[in-house]
Design a protein around this ligand. Structure first.
Ligand SMILES: [Zn+2]
Ligand SMILES: [Zn+2]
Length: 429
């Protein structure tokens, strides 16, 4: 019986797993510097939470959610995204309260039953940040700037910020009416999905990627022509704050979020460095979402970053945060059975000093020990036999320079400082 990972699921192995973790650490640090604090969310939730927040007429809820039943018959779902879970937690634990600002972030695996042939993973990773409380344009701009500056600093190739306003409950209904009228009159130029969405979720029609629909959609009325004075002012102040912060953006009047609770600012970071234009981060203001999930009337703004996408972009640009350190500093090999205990003592001492080390207890020949040390990715190999044991020393070979030196073992400063540098090639043998 041979087991394999399920379709659309990827094992992350070293050294990719290490670069992936560093990428997540970078994001965590970026959010932390902007005042966000982490929430660890459950992997599964009540399915109704996502139906309510993401909307029944979206692909995610219609086709892509992993649904299952709990023992008591309750309908559960693996989380397909993080915002709904985070808001559920914020409401439940009273972090979403009028007059209070909560800056929260999450990070972790999300699950969607996507078609793997499209290169999409069924278990993928996102990091997201949400600001609950304030409803001012500066909060939007500050959140956007946090991610744009991260992109600039770390070198995400071809990254561009797209920006739009979704209006509010006062001005969007009129826009929606005009959009539906426009689309209804041009049904014959649209694909089946578009036609279906005119009735269920007309704003999402603008998301259609089918080439035949593009011409019609590009000429569709833009929401920015329908903004009420308050929405217009909010949007202008976001743009102004970004201008003042020298954060470049591209006004994209057809960038929409297809859900009613999205209001005002919408944004997306895209890049075409991986071929077709793809989104690596996206977000927006959602003033109606907290209350639609049963919470108080608290506005919010947030975004999510696709970690796999980010990884690929950074990999392509050669800017992945790879470690310069070897995975293991030293591999220790006992030259005879009597030296095993001696090696174990040195391992304990070195680990207490913060030096990563392994014992090559399985290798019974010196040649095999060298092969194993290399496989471990060790920088040095340490050898101890009768002589070393007798003198309280260890013989260390620098696997990079090839030089070798015998030094006192134990907590000797000489040993520690040697392992933190290298043995010069001309050093005494
Ligand atoms: Zn408005
Ligand atoms: Zn279409």
């Amino acid at each position: 019986m041979k087991y394999q990972a399920p379709r659309g699921v990827k094992d992350l192995l070293p050294p990719e797993s290490e670069a992936f973790r560093r990428l997540e650490d970078e994001i965590r640090e970026t959010f932390t510097l902007s005042g966000f604090r982490e929430v660890r969310l459950p992997i599964f939730e009540s399915a109704a939470l996502f139906t309510r927040s993401i909307g029944e007429s979206t692909d995610i809820v219609e086709k892509e959610m992993y649904l299952f039943e709990g023992k008591g018959g309750e309908k559960l779902a693996l989380r397909p995204e993080g915002t709904a879970s985070l808001l559920r937690a914020a409401i439940e634990h009273r972090l979403a309260e009028p007059g209070r600002t909560s800056r929260l972030f999450y990070q972790g695996a999300m699950f969607r039953h996507e078609r793997p042939q499209a290169g999409r993973l069924r278990q993928f990773h996102q990091a997201g940040a949400e600001v609950l409380g304030p409803n001012d344009p500066d909060t939007d701009a500050d959140l956007i700037a946090t991610v744009s500056r991260y992109a600039q600093r770390t070198g995400i190739p071809g990254s561009r910020l797209l920006l739009n306003s979704m209006g509010c409950e006062a001005c969007r209904p009129e826009y929606r009416k005009q959009l539906v009228a426009y689309l209804e009159a041009r049904k014959s130029n649209l694909c089946e999905t578009c036609i279906r969405r005119i009735g269920t979720n007309p704003l999402r029609v603008l998301d259609c990627k089918v080439e035949g629909c593009q011409k019609t959609l590009n000429a569709a009325p833009a929401i920015t022509s329908f903004l009420c004075p308050a929405s217009r002012e909010h949007f202008e102040r976001v743009c102004q704050a970004l201008n003042e912060g020298e954060i470049p953006y591209i006004l994209s009047p057809r960038l929409v979020r297809g859900l009613d609770y999205y209001t005002e600012t919408a944004f997306e970071w895209v890049s075409d460095a991986l071929g077709a234009q793809s989104t690596w981060a996206a977000g927006g203001r959602y003033n109606g979402l907290v209350s639609s999930l049963g919470g108080p009337d608290v506005p919010g703004v947030g975004l999510a970053i696709g970690i796999e996408r980010l990884y690929l972009l950074r990999e392509q640009a050669g800017t992945l945060p790879l470690s310069a350190e070897p995975p293991v500093t030293i591999a220790l090999h006992p030259l005879d059975d009597d030296s095993r205990a001696y090696i174990r003592t040195i391992l304990t001492t070195l680990r207490a000093e913060g030096i990563s080390c392994v014992g090559l207890f399985g290798a019974n020949r010196l040649k095999k020990a060298f092969v194993s040390a290399e496989r471990e990715g060790a920088r040095f190999i340490g050898l101890a036999g009768e002589n070393e044991r007798g003198n309280g020393t260890i013989t260390i070979k620098d696997l990079k320079t090839g030089a070798q030196k015998t030094v006192p073992a134990g907590s000797s400063a000489e040993l520690i400082s040697l392992l933190r540098s290298e043995i010069p090639a001309d050093s005494a043998r």
